[in-house]
Design a protein around this ligand. Structure first.
Ligand SMILES: [Zn+2]
Length: 469
């Protein structure tokens, strides 16, 4: 590197670090995206230069749902294997968030501590994948699933798949791509890969639901147009699929969940068959979709050459990503917050809630900010009906509280929905109306989750997320 470019890197890093500190002091949040934006303005291409210093290169994880959980799990697995990961743990997954996270990992001269141990583990927004893949020269790229999400932002599911294919086709053949064999749109990406592909899947059909949910988005074969036929559906369009027209079918998986056990109040237990032998995992998560996240993370670990023991240790050290799925005690009530951002995700959340015993206290928060998706008609694709008659308390909040309440009223899930637009008042009310000792489920969209999290952190004395690891 020339002296001038090295100087410019150092200047960009310093400016970004100062921005991060100021942004945090002023209470603007974790200071994750703004410094990246500033650093990039000072020194375009900063991410490329910083990523090149990561001794073990990078792993990119993308997909509609589950990338935060998968990336955190992969991070833990990498840590257990002796890597020192650089990870965008706040979930800031656009290029500027990744740049910010690289900046944070370097000192004022733009140097990484122990660069030989460094591995980037980055969660990447679906639409950012091509740019990130080009800038970060990853070793491994993993895909979780492809569902309809924030239509106004990404357009059709097919166009996202097309963007991914293009990105994959330009990657060198040395890169391992980790794919979900049970999601036809993701499995189909294998055709575009130039190097090794590692497939993961759930083979335990005992947890299948055997009917296509409303959230199914990829029911038709792109090759011949026929509708896929399924011998097992796990959620949405994810399952054991085959095209009766051209014979395209779910590929054989390298990493398989041969046994999935889920029970109320118990962690998710998985028996995995892998090329490195059997691996049993127990995770503090609910929902079959998290079994897929675990499979994807294990796939990343195996692609990196991590031994089975380190995979077990890494998974055992896992705690759920902030706000996405966590429990805490607030004023004598157990509050479980689960992020829901699209029909497939929310259906899984509802399935998990309905599997728990007893009547339910529920608070749904629906916002329509850009980060939530402006179009909220997706709530009509969600099977709220699976909670029919189960709720004693139902509150609808957020800017689109009335729309949510109407949807819940149609689903007839028990109590008449109460509308309170203001997040803080709704949360106060929900806590007051939930009997002491009982559990309150809080199901927010993304921007509502940030508010909920802040309030619960204050009331339950939990530090804001950027102070946690
Ligand atoms: Zn076909």
């Amino acid at each position: 590197m020339s002296a001038v470019s090295s100087l410019r890197t150092a200047a960009a890093v310093t400016t970004a670090k100062v921005t991060a500190v100021v942004s945090r002091r002023l209470g603007f949040g974790g200071g994750t995206a703004l410094p990246g934006l500033v650093a990039d303005a000072v020194s375009p291409g900063l991410a490329i230069r910083l990523a090149a210093r990561l001794g073990h290169g990078s792993v990119l994880i993308t997909g509609t749902n589950g990338k935060t959980t998968t990336a955190r799990l992969a991070r833990n697995i990498a840590q257990a294997a002796g890597y020192w990961p650089v990870h965008n743990h706040s979930g800031s997954n656009l290029m500027r968030g990744i740049t910010a996270c690289l900046v944070e990992a370097t000192d004022a001269r733009g140097q990484l501590t122990q660069p030989d141990r460094r591995l980037g583990v980055f969660e990447v927004d679906e639409a950012t994948l091509p740019e990130a893949a080009e800038a970060l020269s990853p070793r491994v790229v993993a895909f979780t699933n492809l569902f309809r999400d924030q239509l106004d932002r990404y357009g059709e599911v097919d166009s996202v798949a097309a963007v991914w294919r293009q990105a994959l086709a330009t990657l060198p053949s040395s890169i391992t791509v980790v794919l979900n064999a049970d999601d036809p749109s993701v499995a189909g990406l294998a055709d575009a890969c130039r190097g090794p592909v590692l497939f993961y899947a759930v083979s335990d059909a005992s947890c299948a639901v055997y009917e296509i949910e409303h959230a199914a988005d990829a029911r038709w074969c792109p090759a011949c147009g026929r509708e896929y036929s399924y011998s097992a559906v796990f959620y949405g369009h994810v399952g054991h699929w085959v095209c009766p027209g051209c014979g395209r079918a779910r590929p054989a998986a390298d990493v398989q969940a041969i046994k999935v056990e889920q029970s109320p109040d118990h962690p998710l237990r998985l028996a995995l068959s892998t090329p490195s032998g059997e691996i049993d995992l127990s995770l503090p998560l609910i929902g079959l979709y998290n079994a897929y996240n675990a499979l994807a993370a294990v796939g990343v670990g195996l692609a990196l050459g991590v031994p089975a023991d380190a995979i077990r240790t890494g998974a055992a050290s896992f705690t759920a990503a902030f706000g996405r799925q966590e429990r805490m005690t607030v004023r004598g009530r157990e509050v479980q917050t689960i992020l829901a951002k699209n029909p497939a995700g929310l259906n899984q959340v509802l399935r998990a809630i309905s599997a728990e015993e007893g009547t339910k206290n529920l608070l749904f928060l629906l916002n329509d900010d850009i980060a939530d998706g402006r179009d909220i008609s997706w709530i009509w694709d969600v099977d709220f009906e699976m909670l029919a008659g189960q709720a004693t308390l139902v509150l609808a909040s957020g800017r689109r509280a009335a729309d949510m309440a109407l949807r819940l009223k149609y689903a007839d899930i028990g109590a008449h929905p109460v509308i309170e637009e203001d997040t803080e008042s709704a949360l106060e009310m929900a806590l007051a109306l939930t009997p002491e000792g009982e559990r309150l489920y809080v199901v927010p969209t993304y921007t509502a989750m940030l508010k909920v999290r802040k309030l619960l952190a204050r009331w339950g004395r939990r530090p804001p997320f950027w102070e946690e690891d």
